[in-house]
Design a protein around this ligand. Sequence first.
Ligand code: SAM
Length: 230
Amino acid sequence: MTVHRVRVDALDGEVTLGHREVRHLRVLRLTEGDEVRVFDGKGREALAVIRQLDDARAILALLETVDAAPETPTPITLAVALLKGDKLSDVVRASTELGVTSIQLLSTRFADVPDISAAKLERLRRVAAEASKQSRRAVVPDVLSPIKLADLPLTTQGYVAHPGSSDRLADLLTWTASVTLVSGPEGGFHDDEIDLLLTRGYRAVTLGKRILRAETAPLALLGAIVATGV
Ligand code: SAM
């Protein structure tokens, strides 16, 4: 039997759930005395029992902590250019399933859109939470407000997907430091942007001989990593 998973703010003592989760528990026809798994989005998971459940609220009592699904050996940040429409939702959902630790939105010279609304950012964060729950992770990736490409920090393990490069991510990646993956907008990066990243320690990597869409490239980067078995 699948035990239902619930995201909570913190794992201590008794937990009161809000409307959204209450509705979900009721749809699943769970009742008082049933057990669920709770996770805090930061990597901790526990077994809990439903003590009280009515239309307005649910109270869970924690029973014991349990092993959470393993994360990658070091954190992975996906820095992805702002894309239009629902493309970012697709990227956030799939990259969460593929194990990313945080998602940094990037404003670039040719980004599809110049900025993102607060409501859309909130929606992306909900997409990440839902995808973590579904993929049985106990970590919910942060979706971080856009920064300029020039403000991406220096790194010892940064890789930018760039057509024309012949280096392959799987050949370069090590688990000695956190990893930053950078993926461009539909219009690609300006040469100056690539030069800037290279001077900051990023390596350009290929994703094969075909040009991938801007929403596909981040998943190909992460796919190359999960194919190593982490
Ligand atoms: N005309 C653009 C160019 O030449 O860069 C195409 C941009 S592509 C639609 C969007 C982004 O996906 C690129 O900026 C790059 O980060 C990534 N990308 C797509 N195909 C790639 C490939 N074969 N190798 C490396 N990166 C790729």
